[in-house]
Design a binder for this molecule. Structure first.
Ligand SMILES: [Zn+2]
Length: 79
């Protein structure tokens, strides 16, 4: 799998207040950061994407999350 280092392209800022784990927002500039492996996956992934530990995996515009309490919602801004 091709894994792009998103941090080279975007700056990420945590959403305040942090959304509830059972009601995570989605959007074109919303990303999920895995707190276990620090991987970043888009909240609306149009290409196959996953964090290295497997907590987050996405494809076809949707993300499956194994443990939503180990996810930080961040907003991505192009550098
Ligand atoms: Zn992970």
């Amino acid at each position: 799998m091709l894994n792009i280092d998103m941090r080279k392209i975007y700056n990420f800022y945590a959403l305040e207040p942090a959304p509830a784990p059972d009601a995570l927002p989605t959007g074109g500039d919303i990303y999920y950061e895995c707190l276990d492996c620090t991987g970043i996956v888009s909240s609306v992934p149009h290409i196959k994407a996953a964090c290295t530990c497997g907590n987050l995996s996405g494809n076809g515009g949707q993300v499956s999350i194994k443990d939503a309490t180990r996810v930080r919602v961040v907003r991505g801004k192009l550098k």
